[in-house]
Design a protein around this ligand. Structure first.
Ligand SMILES: Cc1cc2nc3c(=O)[nH]c(=O)nc-3n(C[C@H](O)[C@H](O)[C@H](O)COP(=O)(O)OP(=O)(O)OC[C@H]3O[C@@H](n4cnc5c(N)ncnc54)[C@H](O)[C@@H]3O)c2cc1C
Length: 466
């Protein structure tokens, strides 16, 4: 029961940290309270949501685009139970994959709630009430996050749901009210709109996807509106009443004023996530947290208590699986005496709707606020040969480069497959590329990625196809 490393939580942060540490020769234990490994991401986050986004996108395409391409199938019919089974099988394959990797890397696993029980000690309390104490030279807190609650609105996961409930609805709601126009609300709103729901999104701020480039968000909002999603910006939901079969949400202007009622069959509360550290015994262990409940760490992910580290959604920074994974690798490498590091300037962000929205680096708003002189190169997919032939012409690529040095500062893509395309920009930025470097790199034809090259050329007004 003596380990080099004990990881509490088996989400993307925890399981990747454990595997990397085992690769580096450490004796590793993972403590997980849920029935399956993989955390939020694999069980109720990234993976199930992307399965439903993929299936619902094909459902919609088969009803609209197939006909145009000469594929005559008739009106597609939805078998929601089968679609949910498809999603569950995808989740199952992924969580079993983590169990396999733990075995392969000789990582011991402990089922139960982990609590820091003094220096180097973690108590694991099983569901049957039994408890055991394991010891580790280092402990990594990778306990992730939980759904943020909205005051006055009780989530029952049946009709008033969080993202977790919205992934398992057994019938398509006639009307879905989404509270919050962040990534999760827009992704799940898109799923249910494609499957037949009338979707209304209420957002407190005057824009969708706060934090992303505002030009991108304006264009993206218009595209979503064209698909039939209705937005009520600068508005807040202050309560939801159950009246018979229907829900009645009270919606007020964010700045105050007369309230209105919006009827819905299901309300999805997606106003963000909060760090999850319940039951960990942080206070007793003396581990400091910040005013948002996030575990405070230094640049090496060390907390104020020697031997205790933290990563992923439980600490500050974007709540993204790949950020958690990279932190997991970094902390494992640091513990092994190497120099683990995460470059927070180059963390891609993707919204997996149709079209997708992907970005890395600075937004134009941030450059303006920071007083940084920049050049912009833009290229629309309407001018990209592959996008035209695929009927995927919505969106554009925007590259922001330093006015003096030409170094790429940010890349923003709205378009089909933007999530895959952004990887090129991330690699370029990691290597400190100039827009000239991207412009001079040969891109295969015909691909959507040529729009990235053209946007780079457009930084100096020399795009070819525009
Ligand atoms: C609907 C949805 C869609 C998302 N889509 C994406 C996406 O497309 N891309 C992306 O990058 N991110 C996405 N995310 C965010 C992503 O899921 C998180 O950023 C990521 O899971 C964080 O990883 P983590 O390892 O820090 O924590 P988590 O994945 O939350 O894992 C924490 C684990 O710790 C366990 N745990 C907690 N406390 C204890 C304890 N005391 N003892 C034992 N075990 C404990 C939990 O049971 C859990 O398994 C999505 C999230 C949601 C909700």
């Amino acid at each position: 029961m003596h380990y080099d490393l004990i990881v509490i939580g088996s989400g993307p942060g925890g399981y990747v940290c454990a595997i990397r540490a085992a690769q580096l020769g450490m004796k590793v234990a993972v403590v997980e309270k849920d029935k399956t490994f993989g955390g939020t991401c694999l069980n109720v986050g990234c993976i199930p949501s992307k399965a439903l986004l993929h299936a619902s996108e094909l459902f919609e395409e088969s009803g609209h685009l197939f006909d145009k391409m000469g594929i005559k199938l008739g009106q597609p019919k939805l078998d929601l139970a089968a679609m949910m089974k498809f999603k569950d099988e995808g989740v199952d394959g992924n969580v079993k994959g983590v169990a396999f990797l733990f075995k392969k890397n000789k990582i011991d696993t402990f089922a139960g709630v982990g609590r820091i029980a003094g220096r180097s000690k973690v108590e694991v309390k099983g569901a049957d009430g039994t408890s055991q104490v394991i010891e580790g030279k280092a402990v990594v807190i990778a306990t992730g996050s939980d759904v943020a609650r909205l005051r006055g609105v009780e989530i029952d996961e049946q009709r008033i749901v969080s993202s977790t409930g919205a992934l398992v609805l057994d019938k398509v709601p006639q009307r879905l009210l989404v509270v919050g126009a962040g990534v999760i609300g827009l992704e799940l709103g898109s799923v249910w709109r494609r499957l037949g729901s009338e979707v209304v999104v209420v957002e407190f701020l005057d824009r969708i996807l706060p934090g992303l480039d505002s030009e991108v968000c304006r264009q993206f909002q218009r595209l979503l509106e064209k698909q039939g999603i209705t937005f009520k910006l600068s508005s807040k939901v202050t309560g939801v009443e159950i009246s018979g079969n229907k829900l009645k949400a009270t919606v007020e202007p964010a700045a105050g004023g007369a309230a209105e009622a919006i009827d819905a069959d299901v309300v999805l509360v997606s106003i963000g996530r909060v760090p999850f550290t319940e039951g960990l015994g942080l206070e007793e262990a003396g581990v400091k947290t910040d005013n948002k409940g996030r575990v405070t760490v230094d640049a090496r992910y060390a907390t104020n208590v020697p031997g205790i580290y933290a990563i992923g959604d439980a600490i500050a920074g974007p709540m993204l699986a790949h950020k958690a994974q990279d932190e997991g690798v970094a902390v494992a490498e640091n513990l092994a005496g190497r120099s683990g590091h995460v470059n927070y300037e180059v963390i891609p962000n993707v919204v997996y709707t149709y079209p997708e929205v992907a970005s890395v680096g600075k937004s134009e708003d941030e450059l303006k606020q920071g007083g940084i002189a920049y050049k912009v190169g833009k290229f629309p997919f309407t001018a990209n040969g592959r996008a035209k032939v695929n009927l995927q012409t919505e969106g554009f690529v925007k590259i922001l480069a330093d006015a003096k040095t030409d170094r790429v500062l940010g890349v923003h893509i709205v378009g089909a497959d933007a999530g895959n395309m952004i990887a090129e920009a991330a690699v370029a930025m990691e290597f400190g590329a100039a827009s000239e470097d991207i412009a001079r790199t040969c891109h295969a034809h015909p691909t959507l990625t040529e729009a990235v090259k053209e946007a780079a050329l457009a930084v100096d007004n020399r795009a070819i196809h525009m």
